[in-house]
Design a protein around this ligand. Structure first.
Ligand SMILES: [Zn+2]
Length: 455
């Protein structure tokens, strides 16, 4: 197919009057000047689809249920207790329907690919399903049916805390021993390795939930299956975790990880909120991507990632919606920038040498580096990449008559959410004129699950 648009963001530059030729496999084959014959005219501005580097799909079901004060010290840990109560009721069918609704929301928000950090594996009490990969299949199929590309990251979660502490009853649905986990990876890999919009990586949950020995074994295991497979880990989200790590390893979490593992561009460190200056320098040097989840981190009161100094030292980041308190690309990027403005007392903080516009700079950076976190050929509109494309509505009042860098700046800072009109994944339209073909059914199914979960 051929697509023509008046404004196309190629790399970090807006170009005018371009035709994209897209092959049957969904790859961009060429980008030519002018309107080629047979091209579909798209009225709007073309930008690369955003990668969502961190999602726990089932958590969408209780977004909004933990915004009240239950004790003097509400925090991440009290939120986690509420999350565990929801988890106790969720069946594979429920998880499928919740994930489908979430993935529909993601597409409509301008996300085209998600890294799903999946830890709800087993039945209540911890018994495996007949197919131990049942829950993984449900979530992967939700993405496939909705049309969102996915990189599935089964989570290895064995312990409740540093020093191999036994898991609690509420955590039993998450727990694997190492050999069971490796079997799960093997099964998922063989089931989906032929599918171009379904990737596989690993997610050791956190340094508190896996042991040093496990971490040393699973990284080579997945590298053997797929050398480019991403490795995601929650790290340094909470000060308590930093203190526990200091007590157990004698080092802070990020410090310990960088000292003991070959952390490189295939790693994504989720949150990495609490860093010393030395850790910021070493993390940026490692080439790993920081998976920042600004709206969730704000919602949970985690803290603010030191984005300014990290980017100044060449660090890479991607954005994730994590708990899904917001499924909103503009909100994530805005919150990231506003956190820096509020702490530095400056404006337009997160720019780069190649781009002085905050909105465009952060959008392009997050999409491009996000591609590393899913190990898929996306993140930029260019020849050879998959055609994961978002069409922004230039008739939105905030975008009207905007040109070049003002388009994304306005879309992010002057709109409540990105004014997404159409979304394409792998050369196929998934959202047209703000609608998904199966939207009503997906929404009604979600309502049914919510009735059950809240009964
Ligand atoms: Zn998370």
């Amino acid at each position: 197919m051929k697509l023509y648009a008046e404004m196309v963001l190629i790399g970090n530059q807006w170009q005018q009057n371009k035709t994209l030729s897209i092959g049957e496999q969904g790859t961009i084959l060429s980008i030519d000047d002018g309107l080629l014959s047979g091209a579909e005219k798209v009225s709007g501005a073309l930008v690369p689809g955003m990668v969502n580097c961190h999602s726990h799909a089932f958590q969408r079901a209780f977004a909004g249920f933990s915004e009240y004060r239950a004790s003097q010290l509400d925090s991440f840990w009290s939120w986690r207790d509420i999350m565990y109560r929801f988890v106790a009721k969720m069946t594979p069918e429920d998880a499928h329907k919740v994930a489908k609704y979430l993935y529909l929301e993601m597409l409509k928000a301008g996300y085209t690919c998600v890294a799903e950090f999946h830890y709800l594996h087993h039945q209540v009490g911890g018994k495996f399903y007949d197919d131990p990969a049942e829950m993984s299949h449900q979530v992967i199929n939700a993405a496939k049916e909705t049309g969102l590309a996915i990189t599935h990251l089964p989570v290895l979660y064995t312990y409740a805390g540093f020093g191999k502490q036994a898991p609690s009853e509420a955590q039993m649905r998450f727990i694997h021993q190492l050999d069971e986990y490796c079997q799960l990876l093997t099964e998922i890999n063989s089931a989906y390795q032929q599918e171009s919009t379904i990737g596989l990586g690993i997610a050791p949950h956190s340094l508190r939930a896996v042991s040093e020995e496990q971490l040393s074994e699973i990284v080579p295991f997945i590298r053997n299956i797929n050398p480019g497979a991403p490795v995601h880990i929650h790290i340094a989200e909470q000060l308590q975790e930093v203190e526990d790590s200091l007590a157990f390893y004698g080092k802070r979490p990020v410090e310990w990880l960088l000292d003991n593992h070959s952390v490189d561009k295939n790693w994504c460190l989720i949150h990495a909120t609490h860093l010393t200056d030395q850790e910021v320098a070493n993390l940026s040097k490692s080439g790993a991507v920081a998976g920042i989840c600004p709206t969730t981190e704000a919602n949970l009161g985690d803290g603010i990632f030191p984005t300014k100094s990290f980017l100044e030292q060449g660090g890479k980041f991607a954005i994730g919606s994590d708990s899904h308190i917001a499924v909103n690309v503009a909100d994530e990027i805005r919150t990231l920038e506003y956190g820096q403005r509020l702490t530095t007392h400056q404006r337009a903080v997160l720019t780069s040498q190649s781009c002085a516009s905050v909105g465009q700079n952060l959008y392009c950076h997050a999409a491009k580096q996000g591609a590393l976190t899913v190990n898929q050929n996306v993140g930029e509109i260019k020849v050879g990449n998959r055609a994961d494309i978002v069409v922004l509505d230039r008739n939105h009042p905030s975008l009207y008559l905007k040109q070049d860098n003002f388009i994304l700046d306005a879309a992010i800072f002057a709109c409540a959410e990105l004014p997404v009109n159409d979304v394409m994944v792998a050369g196929q339209w998934k959202i047209r004129n703000k609608n998904h073909h199966d939207e009503e059914n997906i929404r009604l199914d979600y309502f049914e699950v919510m009735k059950k979960l809240t009964a």
